[in-house]
Design a protein around this ligand. Structure first.
Ligand code: TYM
Length: 328
């Protein structure tokens, strides 16, 4: 059976972009593959963070996984920092990565350019930790949004390089990126990606937003002056983004949605989209709150998942040490 693996950073809230681009794929793949989905708490440390917030976010994201349909009886759900092999392999992969390769990572360039003097070395080596996350588990498929594609490509390059230099050790992973919905844009600025770390909460719909907040954010989402519901991401990014979100949640194609709203304006479309999102998010939000009321169950799911992940990772690291000549 093929193995799928992916992760979410426990920073900020999980939003509808994370769901559409990534989590919706996890839910599907847990039935078709041996699945590993986890919380990358070490990745969350690459930018300044508050330990109390990180602790809260870990449980919040674990609850979101479950509430959105990731099933711990089907998938291994775990915490990165409970499996120390991740940081161990990351060091080895850092030694295999060229400076130029790491410097080309667009996410590093974007984030570092915003806080040049404060950017950490960890932010620079983040893609090697992500490559370790993937390669430790002999992963075949990595379901992700478009923004993580370059990182998975680096993981592929590093796997091939290692295999060539030290002998066949790693499976070369494939990214799995949706045709539509791989890059949901910010509601208040459709030229930018919807992001957890965005300054204004107006840009995203969180899976924990209440009905009123969802309706308000959709009502104020940026569109254009054309006035008709259309789909043309290059020329009309705002309305196209809303159509994409509607399409991904309802399962109707953009063409069907456009047809349905022929002769109607943005206001009517936004009212329907808000309702679609409210009906989709309300049960997730309720389930999340129930799960968070009993921290014990979440912690036990993560501990059990981490024990299972550790078994796989320990075995792989033995192979790696042996290939590198450090096993005596
Ligand atoms: P993170 O936490 O930023 O995002 C989690 C997942 O959501 C996707 N995503 C989006 N998809 C569509 N539209 C958007 N606006 C949008 N924003 C985010 C991301 O592509 C991602 O799939 N480095 C990763 C976490 C990670 C990882 C891994 C992923 C660490 N190790 C190993 C896969 C395999 C990250 O920060 O994702």
């Amino acid at each position: 059976m093929q193995r799928s693996l992916s992760a979410i950073q426990p920073t900020g809230v999980v939003h509808i972009g994370n769901y559409i681009g990534a989590i919706s794929q996890f839910v599907k793949l847990q039935d078709e593959t041996e699945a590993f989905y986890f919380l990358v708490d070490y990745h969350a440390m690459t930018v300044p963070f508050d330990p109390k917030e990180l602790n809260k976010n870990l449980l919040q994201v674990a609850a979101t996984y479950l509430a959105a349909g990731v099933d711990p009886t089907k998938a291994t759900i775990f915490q990165q920092s409970q499996v120390s092999e991740h940081t161990e392999l990351a060091w080895i992969l850092a030694c295999l990565t060229k400076m130029g390769e790491a410097e080309r990572m667009t996410q590093f360039k974007d984030k570092a350019s915003k806080h040049a003097e404060r950017a950490s070395v960890g932010l620079f080596t983040y893609p090697m930790l992500m490559a370790a996350d993937i390669l430790l588990y002999d992963t075949n498929i990595v379901p992700i949004g478009d923004d993580q594609k370059q990182h998975v490509e680096l993981a592929r390059d590093l796997a091939e390089r290692f295999n060539k230099m030290y002998g066949e050790t790693f499976v070369v992973p494939q990214p799995m990126i949706k045709k539509t919905g791989a890059r949901i844009m910010a509601l208040d600025d459709p030229m930018k990606k919807m992001s957890k770390s965005s300054v204004s909460p107006k840009g995203y719909i969180a899976l924990s937003d209440d009905d009123k907040t969802i309706a308000k954010k959709i009502r104020s989402a940026q569109t254009d002056s054309v006035g008709t519901v259309g789909y043309d991401p290059n020329h009309r990014p705002g309305i196209s983004n809303l159509v994409t979100i509607c399409s991904e949640i309802t399962g109707s194609s953009p063409a069907q949605i456009i047809k349905e709203f022929e002769g109607k304006g943005y206001k009517e479309f936004k009212e329907v989209l808000a309702q679609v999102l409210i009906e989709f998010i309300a049960p997730i939000r309720t389930h999340q709150a129930e799960l968070l009321a009993d921290k014990g169950e979440l912690v036990s799911i993560l501990n059990n998942g981490s024990a299972r992940a550790r078994e796989v990772a320990e075995k792989k690291m033995k192979q790696v040490r042996s290939a590198l000549g450090i096993k005596l």
